[in-house]
Design a protein. Structure first.
Ligand code: GLN
Ligand code: ZN
Length: 772
């Protein structure tokens, strides 16, 4: 095919669409089903209606080929486990008794069985259920869901393309089932899995699929030669199947790298590649392998995971180059639109001019269709859209919101000294010991105390105008009094105010920083029926007024013990927001860091002697490929130091992270130069403490001794034995005693009992120390 005919054939498509519905109908229906308020038939009917509406919306917008099978009651990786028959033994009875209830049992567990583990889908904020596999896993094809949804779409008259998680990615996302050797590699099951995919593909072909999409995002990560060989084998085998649908292998979130030549050579009919952000490197890589002669290329030029309008001219230029590299070029978003909210037009509180900079799933669909039309018929066919796009981009680039001279000047004047404490750790530790007078093995918590129903009601009442600001603040003060009184009575050494005023650790700050936008309806799926509304980092960031000083000072006025100030760090602020795409992430992080630095300095000036800056997202934001790690960790640690570097030596800086695996960022943790770090460790039996020790971590650490993820109350003896384990790795004068994470999801009864046991454990173990 010539470039000209490739262009003429250009079509618009997407890989997936938000599942929840405009009013989050799916969340309500699924939760209603769990509570027994609606039956399975009603749930199925609602789901069908949502799918139908999505397809119609896509088709009306001009999308030629709609996706099917991307819908899910809970998670598409769990759907894949069902499709290949990988139901863990402990869930089999539930699945046999009732397919739908068994499905939800795998997702959420029940009284008798634990659910599948949940983890992040690559570097997005979507979480999937991790397949559990072992040498005894027997796969069996169950194509019912995929076939039914394809037939539904076809019955409505759409051209439809089923979308499946590809076999290689499925296995690479899996982990050894409980009881299976931890070094078992699920990828060794590939030969057993391929026949199951073959069966599903045949069923889809029989049901009328011309094309089937196999998603292989795992191939954008660093892969071993063995993994690349397995990929080659998988697609050689699937490609060789007789009477199969055409296969489109999709990748997203980064460049394919070494996997590109493998897939380009595979006997499949098309590739879908990401051309946004760093993945734009796919363009040169594709040229280097000689393009995809005879194949279809689906070009993801519209960013599927961020909320900004596309740059049409830039995309058309990429598409133009691609025309010479494949037989047919179609236009798509870089990944499923699952990761963005549904419709920017639903936002009422965002200024109309700024709203024009935003594109959610609906707007992105229109962009994709416009680009496909421009590609097929020439820019003349989209002249009006191009002009409007140019104007919107210019308005964003020239806006005082995105270019605040004061913020820019301040960022430009940052020096190395700003990110460095004024004294080395040893001197700081001595000054802090004098000022704080803490015992050995000091006890503290991570910040939040139970967020009770009354607190949430008070917040809702304030928002709805049912109560005034004064009444709300009184309510918060009363809560702080209670939290302080409990901690004093329990004998905790470093207290917290309990964060009762915070809805969410990122949103609370986003609402008070200028440059951030909040949405009213910008829900995106985090996992299952949990949806979040990430704030949008839209402009240059500054802090007009102190954000937390009032509450921390109030708490401090109630006690003689130190009250720890609590802030969310710059990396986490970025990780759980939609970020700017018009400047490097490091620049945005630096602006947020300076705003937080103002808060840290104000807390210190108000007399706060201990300040914690939480960075639970430090590790999850790590780039997918190792090549990107160093540059990321550089700006990530720099921005943390910038936010905390301005305090006196005798002000103690804490940080907190909650995950047990952090081997690959231990050096970065050290680079934060925080005086104290608290980490999740209870479930891994203090493994974290040993790892810190192995790396020679020189400062103070509090590996958690209370697993806050469960309502279970650890006994004092249990906490004491964890502490003794901690002492094997970390000397007493550097070991803190604290829970794994904040207590906001816990109830008061178990929180009280657990913290009392934690203090008792600290006292017992202190008494055993030769130092005491
Ligand atoms: N300070 C926060 C809290 O206790 C930290 C939460 C987190 O690490 N995710 O809630
Ligand atoms: Zn935490």
């Amino acid at each position: 095919m010539t470039a000209k005919s490739a262009a003429a054939a250009a079509q618009a498509t997407v890989y997936g669409y938000p599942r929840q519905g405009a009013q989050r109908e799916l969340k309500k229906a699924v939760e209603g089903y769990w509570k027994g308020r609606i039956g399975a038939d009603a749930l199925k009917e609602i789901a069908e209606g949502l799918r139908r509406a999505n397809w119609q919306q896509l088709a009306d917008a001009g999308v030629h080929e709609v996706p099917t099978g991307d819908f899910s009651y809970y998670d598409h990786v769990l759907d894949t486990s069902v499709m290949v028959g990988a139901v863990p033994a402990r869930h089999r009875a539930a699945v046999e008794a009732d397919t739908l209830d068994g499905y939800f049992a795998m997702a959420r567990g029940n009284q008798d069985v634990a659910p599948l583990e949940m983890t992040k889908w690559f570097d997005t904020n979507y979480h999937y259920l991790v397949p559990e596999l072992g040498p005894d896993t027997v796969f069996a094809a169950d194509s019912a869901k995929q076939v039914a949804e394809l037939k539904e779409a076809l019955a409505f008259g759409h051209t439809a393309r089923p979308v499946l998680v590809g076999p290689v990615t499925y296995l690479l996302l899996a982990k050894p089932a409980p009881g299976v050797a931890p070094d078992f590699e699920p990828l060794t099951l590939l030969d057993r899995l391929l026949p199951v995919y073959a069966e599903v593909l045949a069923d889809l072909r029989a049901a009328g699929a011309e094309w089937v999409q196999l998603d292989e995002p795992a191939l954008v990560q660093d892969r071993t030669p063995a993994e690349l060989n397995a990929t080659a084998r998988a697609y050689r085998d699937l490609g060789a199947l007789p009477d199969r649908p055409k296969l489109l292998v999709a990748s997203y979130f980064d460049r394919l790298g070494e996997a590109l030549p493998v897939l380009a050579k595979a006997p499949v009919d098309g590739l879908a590649l990401d051309f946004t952000g760093a993945a734009a490197a796919n363009l040169d890589d594709l040229a280097a392998v000689g393009g995809l002669p005879g194949k279809r290329l689906v070009a993801g030029v519209v960013d599927g995971r961020n909320v900004w309008i596309n740059d049409f001219e830039k995309s058309l230029s990429v598409l133009g180059t691609l025309l010479g590299l494949a037989d047919r070029v179609d236009v798509a978003a870089s990944c499923s639109l699952l990761h963005v909210p549904l419709d920017a037009a639903a936002e009422r509180d965002i200024e109309p001019q700024i709203l024009r900079w935003l594109a959610f799933a609906r707007q992105k669909t229109t962009e994709i269709v416009t680009l496909a039309r421009g590609l097929a018929r020439g820019t003349g066919a989209i002249a009006a859209e191009l002009a409007a796009n140019r104007a919107d981009l210019a308005s964003r680039a020239g806006s005082p919101i995105t270019h605040d001279p004061a913020v820019r000047a301040r960022a430009a004047a940052i020096t190395d000294a700003d990110g460095r404490r004024s004294a080395p750790y040893e001197a700081r530790a001595a000054a802090q010991r004098d000022r704080l007078g803490l015992p050995l093995l000091p006890t503290t918590t991570i910040g939040s105390f139970p967020q009770t129903a009354e607190l949430r009601t008070a917040r809702a009442d304030l928002r709805a105008g049912r109560i005034g600001a004064a009444a709300y603040e009184e309510r918060i003060e009363a809560e702080i009094q209670e939290v302080l009184a409990f901690q004093e009575k329990a004998g905790i050494d470093v207290l917290v105010h309990g964060e009762p005023e915070r809805n969410d650790m990122v949103q609370y700050f986003a609402e008070q920083l200028s440059g951030y936008l909040a949405t009213q309806h910008g829900w995106v799926q985090s996992y299952g029926t949990r949806y979040v509304r990430p704030p949008v980092l839209a402009g240059d960031i500054s802090r007009p007024e102190p954000m937390t000083v009032r509450w921390t000072s109030y708490a401090q006025s109630l006690t003689d013990r130190p009250v720890k100030g609590m802030l969310t760090g710059p990396v986490t602020m970025l990780a759980w927001s939609f970020v700017r795409d018009d400047q490097p992430l490091g620049d945005t992080a630096r602006q947020v860091a300076l705003a937080l630095r103002d808060e840290v300095d104000d807390l210190e000036a108000a007399g706060t002697s201990v300040i914690q800056v939480d960075e639970p997202a430090l590790r999850e934001t790590l780039p997918l490929r190792a090549a990107g790690h160093a540059a990321y960790l550089e700006w990530a640690t720099e921005s943390f130091r910038l936010s905390t570097g301005g305090v006196r030596p005798d002000t103690q800086i804490h940080t907190h992270m909650c995950y047990a695996e952090f081997g690959d960022i231990v050096r970065a943790i050290d680079d934060l130069d925080a005086d104290v770090i608290s980490l999740e460790a209870a479930r891994s039996h203090m493994q974290v403490a040993r790892e810190l020790a192995e790396h020679g971590y020189p400062r103070e650490a509090g590996p958690g001794v209370y697993d806050i993820h469960s309502p279970r109350v650890p006994s004092a003896e249990e906490a004491a034995s964890l502490l003794r384990k901690g002492l094997e790795a970390i000397p007493a004068r550097r070991l803190w005693v604290n829970p794994d994470c904040g207590l906001k999801t816990r109830g008061w009864p178990e929180t009280r009992a657990s913290l009392e046991n934690l203090v008792a454990a600290a006292r017992t173990v202190r008494a055993e120390l030769p130092e005491s």
